[in-house]
Design a protein around this ligand. Structure first.
Ligand code: FE
Ligand code: ZN
Length: 505
């Protein structure tokens, strides 16, 4: 009679037991990608699996989560859940998410499958395989959840097409493209450790609390559904780093360089989150500065103290991020306010209550530096001259954000760095981005920079309108100021109808 396997045995058979050393072909031929980066691994069996999750229990667990999530999504749609959000301005955060983040989930799905195939340790390979499936699920559940809003709101209809073309979406796209074109260990350092472990709380917590505060039950539910996956991913990130640092001292400087690079790339990407928190959310959760202090400075500080025993130091540019924390969101908002005629989401003039909140959260910077500008724009708009900037901005060759950041020690001067490579000049927003370029210029000279591409005639034509059509934007609906947009009208119309119905009762 077959005896039931104990948990430990079952785990052994369902993970480690699935790997073997090849003999018809050499292991190096079968695994061609896990050595060229210079990372040395002597003993894959030293990998301590933190999850102890076998594939069969994984599927059961995930299926249960799916059932719960889809029940909520269905009832949200049937009950017109979109009418329960705080304010339609909130949805601009959702638009940015589906356009900028969901495509990265799908890329993560593809590349974790690649990693699972290409590292020879069976423990992390199984973890990467599971994460690949998680990421596919995240992309799908986000698409399904947000598709409901697409029936009523603008800017959500061509997110996949836009992701590959639109100027501000090249920021998240180039971040992930950089990671998937690296070797498997750099990818794990970039995505599993720097992004998922170190910085993910700064994406998911603000996003999901923002959704909760603003009545978006559907987004909260996919967030919760992803959360247990997320904690597995974070653990994988930390375990991979510790494992590699323990395997060989020669790995330390390689990993340090990747940490420096990916901390900065991840942080620059989070600029979009900073703007979302301080400007896009009608009901605020906390300021970007508070989130940075709580989720990076406190948690990250402790982590780097822990990693110091391997000789790892906190990334140098963390000091710059600290200096910028009271201006990042306002600098980003200034860019988007000026270029919202070319974006598939709306911006608007900031009302007095919101300004008071910003002044309270940013006492050293807001009243002095940013309020005057917002006041001026508001006056212009009131006089019928809503300001749109018609000059195309210069972009940073690495992070691809328009050059709107300021000197770490002077918030009134634009930060501008430059490198020369093979007779050509390249421009950067910061020492962080310049350092990344200077380490691997042959990679970043290939950057697909949206503004350069427009000037070279590769984006549908010479006028702004041609370019926006090539982006597949619905002009006059997806873009421009929120005030007077079709969404604005839809929302006030619906509220009029709703209050008439209430009055009639
Ligand atoms: Fe994910
Ligand atoms: Zn940059």
């Amino acid at each position: 009679m077959a005896k039931k396997l104990g948990l430990k045995q079952k785990y052994q058979m369902m993970t480690r037991g699935l790997g073997w050393d090849t003999t018809y072909q050499s292991m190096d031929k079968v695994y061609p990608f896990d050595k060229f980066e210079g990372i040395k691994v002597h003993d894959w069996d030293a990998w301590e699996d933190p999850f102890r999750l076998t594939m069969d229990s994984y599927w059961k667990l995930q299926a249960e989560k799916e059932r719960k999530l889809y029940a909520v999504i269905d009832s949200f749609a049937q009950n017109n859940g979109h009418l329960g959000i705080s304010d339609p301005r909130y949805l601009n955060a959702v638009k940015l998410f589906i356009q900028g983040v969901s495509p990265l989930e799908y890329m993560a799905h593809r590349h974790f499958a690649h990693v699972a195939r290409n590292i020879r340790g069976i423990g992390p390979a199984v973890a990467a395989q599971m994460q690949s499936l998680d990421e596919l699920r995240h992309a799908q559940t986000q698409i399904h959840t947000i598709s409901h809003y697409n029936k009523f709101f603008d800017g959500i209809h061509e997110w996949r097409h836009m992701h590959d073309r639109v100027w501000y979406l090249s920021v998240p796209k180039s971040f992930f493209d950089d990671a998937v074109t690296a070797g498997p260990f750099e990818f794990l350092t970039a995505i599993s450790f720097s992004f998922e472990y170190l910085l993910t709380n700064l994406l998911f917590v603000p996003f999901m609390s923002g959704a909760a505060y603003n009545g978006d039950l559907a987004t909260v539910t996919f967030g919760f559904s992803a959360q247990s996956d997320e904690s597995r991913h974070m653990t994988l990130g930390l375990e991979v780093i510790k494992f590699l640092l323990e395997q060989d001292e020669a790995n330390v400087p390689i990993i340090q360089r990747w940490l420096d690079k990916w901390f900065w790339r991840g942080y620059r990407l989070l600029t979009l989150v900073a703007m979302m928190m301080d400007y896009l959310l009608p009901k605020k959760i906390m300021s970007w500065q508070e989130a940075w202090e709580m989720y990076y400075e406190e948690a990250g500080g402790a982590l780097f103290q822990d990693l110091a025993r391997y000789g790892i130091k906190e990334p140098m540019s963390a000091a710059v991020a600290r200096k910028e924390k009271n201006r990042l969101s306002s600098e980003a908002w200034a860019i988007f306010y000026q270029y919202t005629h070319a974006a598939a989401f709306h911006t608007w003039d900031i009302d007095e209550e919101h300004k008071a909140w910003l002044a309270e959260k940013y006492p050293e910077t807001f009243d002095k530096l940013y309020r005057p500008r917002l006041d001026f724009w508001e006056k212009e708009a009131a006089a019928g001259r809503r300001f749109y900037n018609n000059a195309l901005p210069q972009l940073c060759t690495v992070c691809q954000i328009p050059m709107g950041f300021t000197e770490p020690d002077d918030p009134t001067t634009i930060c501008f760095r430059e490198s020369e490579y093979k007779g050509e000049h390249y421009h950067f927003c910061s020492d962080g981005c310049k350092g990344i370029f200077d380490n691997e210029p042959e990679k970043y000279v290939q950057s697909w920079l949206p503004v350069h591409q427009i000037f070279q005639g590769n984006c549908g034509g010479a006028s702004v309108e041609d370019v926006l059509k090539w982006y597949r934007m619905n002009l006059g609906a997806d873009n421009l100021d929120f005030s007077g947009s079709p969404e604005d009208k839809f929302w006030s119309e619906w509220h009029r109808t709703a209050s008439r119905a209430e009055a009639a009762e």
